[in-house]
Design a protein around this ligand. Structure first.
Ligand code: GLA
Length: 389
């Protein structure tokens, strides 16, 4: 037998064994197909909360296309909380009056080459007290599939009133199975704020991504606290299933330019889902540039799917690294202090050879070859993001 055939047979054997030993396991091939790289898109929550409407979503969809965001990968259009109306006599959910025709909205989104996301809760009510999916999981999944939903964020909210913490996994698995039984591929996004160490079981209940933190909305202190706290979770993430430190705060007005670069760089080093959260119709050129730098997005979307980690820290200065395909390495030099400071990366300490080519990914500049180390002056709350080869 040729060596490549032997490998194929061994792989098939392992998969068959896994299927016997763990029949409920979400299909590996399915989750890979759904989220081979971290999902990218837009979510309305931080900008619109319960004011979100069909017209608002369409307006943002149009800009996803005209701005070029779709073409660099932002393809999921995710409606968060507050779309739900009442259930009918048979128990099927209907949208509220701000969404007159959900199927027509989904068709519009699909007609633009984008994908459609919705939101619900395993509890009886969502976090803002709209209808949740409790005891309607199968019906809701059928409705979503009928509308053409491609992504579901499933938010714990009131579920704590009807489930014990040790029933949390079963509650998520129940919706995963309901989604799977529709036959429609739907990315399953767990949202329970990192409770119960979700990273260690999120994939086993069918999650393609799971929130690792509480809601991130806030200033730089909160964004950096949550972002830099992700260190160590990398071993739980990979193609098909990702740690999710929440929506990007870029363009929402609470971060300055350098702070926005820090969030974008760190999220890409973390291989985090990239969900823009701003009003795209009023986005500045600077926001658009930060969200769409193709070389930075390429780090996030690297096919190896390795989540980066902190390689060095001294007080507020941190060096984060993310191994990439093709033997290169992404490196973020971060300065969380209140004044500009130099930060150094030592090549051997991060497993590279002594002689390295360095490119600055925000400046779009090849900096040349360096021996042993590279040092950059990093602005307050800022970052220098490099690719080393
Ligand atoms: C929770 C989630 C947020 C958002 C709101 C909506 O707080 O963590 O991301 O979905 O609910 O009510």
């Amino acid at each position: 037998m040729k060596p490549q055939n032997r490998k194929l047979w061994i792989a098939c054997g392992i998969m068959a064994l896994l299927a016997c030993a763990w029949p409920d396991a979400p299909s590996f091939a399915q989750s890979l197909r759904l989220a081979a790289t971290p999902p990218m898109g837009w979510n309305d929550w931080y900008q619109y909360q319960c004011r979100v409407s069909d017209a608002i979503v369409r307006a943002n969809v149009d800009v996803l296309v005209s701005s070029g965001m779709r073409d660099v990968g932002y393809k999921y259009v995710n409606i968060d909380d507050c779309w739900q109306g009442k259930r009918d006599a048979q128990g099927f959910i209907h949208p509220n009056s701000r969404f007159p025709d959900m199927k027509a909205l989904a068709d519009y989104i699909h007609s633009k080459g984008l994908k459609f996301g919705l939101y619900s809760s395993p509890g009886p009510r969502t976090c803002t007290n709209f209808e949740g999916s409790y005891q309607h999981e199968k019906q809701d999944a059928e409705t979503y599939a009928k509308w053409g939903v491609d992504f579901l964020k499933y938010d714990w909210c009131s579920a704590g009133k009807v489930y014990r913490p040790d029933q949390m996994q079963a509650a998520y698995r129940k919706m995963h199975e309901a989604l799977e039984s529709t036959g429609r591929p739907i990315v399953f996004s767990l949202c329970q704020y990192g409770l119960e160490g979700v990273w260690s079981w999120g994939a086993s209940v069918g999650g393609n991504m799971w929130r690792t933190t509480d809601d991130i909305g806030g200033d730089f202190n909160r964004v950096s606290l949550f972002g830099f706290m992700q260190n160590g979770l990398g071993k739980y993430a990979g193609p098909g299933h990702w740690n999710d430190p929440d929506i990007l705060q870029i363009g929402l007005g609470r971060l300055n330019h350098n702070e926005e670069l820090t969030q974008m760089s760190l999220w890409c080093l973390l291989a985090a889902p990239l969900l823009a959260g701003n009003n795209l119709t009023k986005m500045s050129n600077d926001t658009l540039k930060i969200l769409t730098n193709p070389e930075v997005i390429a780090l996030d979307q690297d096919p190896k799917g390795i989540e980066g980690h902190r390689a060095w820290q001294e007080g507020p200065l941190e060096v984060w690294v993310k191994p990439l395909s093709g033997d290169s390495m992404a490196v973020g030099l971060f300065n969380r202090s209140e004044s500009p400071l130099p930060v150094t990366v030592r090549f051997k300490a991060i497993g590279m050879k002594d002689n390295v080519r360095v490119r600055d990914l925000w400046e779009w500049k090849d900096l040349g070859r360096f021996h042993g180390h590279y040092t950059a002056q990093v602005p307050r709350h800022g970052v220098v993001l490099l690719k080393l080869q």
